[in-house]
Write a protein that binds this ligand. Structure first.
Ligand SMILES: C[S@@+](CC[C@H](N)C(=O)[O-])C[C@H]1O[C@@H](n2cnc3c(N)ncnc32)[C@H](O)[C@@H]1O
Length: 334
């Protein structure tokens, strides 16, 4: 069971400097990720062991990870298939020994492929994407195809837990070794000058990505005892209705940035409103790029209320640690 200590200064809602990559939280970046300490604090405060915690816009599953760590049953919904895969991978405790054993044998093949395997490094994935050559160097495509073919051979069924874990590391690798600029949510290609000397190394990068996450998964397994009660569904929160009694809804709705603010952002409001009407206590730690200061000005609070459709009472603003997300914590107390 987690304790809510050391995550916020003065027991308040300022989580600057809080760790954001513990357990499985660092498995893969995701835009507008919630700060885990915010989710943890709200879950511990507003729900009890065994309660069902629902996140209708679960994204990368931050609240689901925290919920399972706190011994809650969790239900997450998202209409992005990658978010669903990622949330599942992050909330599936993998036995450390089994994972390490599996990884050792996979790594051996990846680092020392036989001649036959080398010959097989055909870019099977080429042609599935438009402009593939624009985003990847040819040798990178070949190496990625090789890694993927090994994963497909070993884990042919989607949803196999070990396979999902490695596929997420693969997804991260594929982005990191592409021609796109990193640390930007939108896709921009590197400059021609930059590309000239750019020599990414897919296999070592994949190895690095897997090995960085092994300790986090080991900790997650230990903290959950290898048992979680979680459901992650590919669905539209506007029409999906959870079965069973939801004790706490916690989410960061799809605000979008200035470029993507649109119907999806507006459509989050009815979902949240409905949860409120159902007598829940929605708690909405959310990312909002403009909110960088711990204290929120009144006009921003008003704007947040309008956007979420909730009569929220914001006690203190929050800012996240490293990464793209900056967050605020809000609590509905009325
Ligand atoms: C701000 S992100 C959530 C981030 C998440 N809290 C985390 O820590 O990773 C909002 C999510 O809402 C999802 N989304 C947008 N509209 C949706 C809808 N109608 N139903 C379900 N999910 C939706 C997006 O795919 C996105 O993953």
């Amino acid at each position: 069971m987690l304790r809510n200590t050391g995550s916020s200064r003065d027991g308040g809602w300022d989580f600057r400097g809080a760790q954001t990559q513990t357990f499985t939280h660092g498995l893969h970046p995701y835009p507008a990720r919630m700060v885990p300490s915010i989710a943890r604090k709200l879950i511990l405060r507003y729900s009890s062991h065994g309660d069902l915690v629902y996140d209708p816009f679960c994204g990368s599953g931050t609240s689901l990870v925290e919920g399972t760590l706190a011994g809650r049953r969790v239900l997450g919904v998202d209409l992005n298939p990658f978010a669903v895969l990622l949330s599942k991978a992050k909330t599936t405790p993998l036995h450390p020994e089994r994972l390490c054993e599996e990884w050792r044998s996979l790594k051996k093949i990846l680092l020392r492929p036989t001649a036959g395997m080398r010959a097989q490094r055909s870019p099977r994935i080429q042609g599935q994407f438009l402009d593939f050559g624009f985003w990847y160097k040819p040798y990178v495509v070949r190496d990625l195809a090789f890694i993927l073919s090994q994963l497909d051979d070993r884990y042919p069924t989607a949803g196999a837990s070990l396979g999902d874990f490695f596929r997420i590391a693969f997804a991260r690798t594929a982005r990191e070794v592409s021609n796109q600029r990193l640390k930007e949510v939108k896709r921009w290609r590197r400059s021609a000058v930059d590309l000239f000397t750019y020599r990414p190394t897919p296999v070592p990068r994949f190895v690095q990505n897997v090995e960085r996450e092994l300790p986090g998964m080991r900790d997650y397994y230990a903290a959950t005892g290898g048992r979680v009660d979680r459901q992650v569904l590919l669905n539209d929160a506007r029409t999906y209705r959870p079965r069973g009694r939801v004790s706490l809804a916690i989410t960061s709705p799809p605000y979008g940035d200035s470029g993507s603010r649109g119907s999806v952002s507006r459509d989050a409001a009815p979902v949240l409103e409905e949860l409120r009407a159902a007598g829940l206590r929605p708690t909405i730690p959310s990312r909002c790029r403009m909110l960088r200061s711990p204290a929120l000005p009144d006009d921003q609070i008003a704007r947040l209320r309008a956007e979420t459709g909730l009569n929220i009472n914001i006690r203190v603003g929050l800012a996240s640690g490293p990464g793209t997300a900056r967050g605020i914590g809000t609590e509905k107390v009325s």
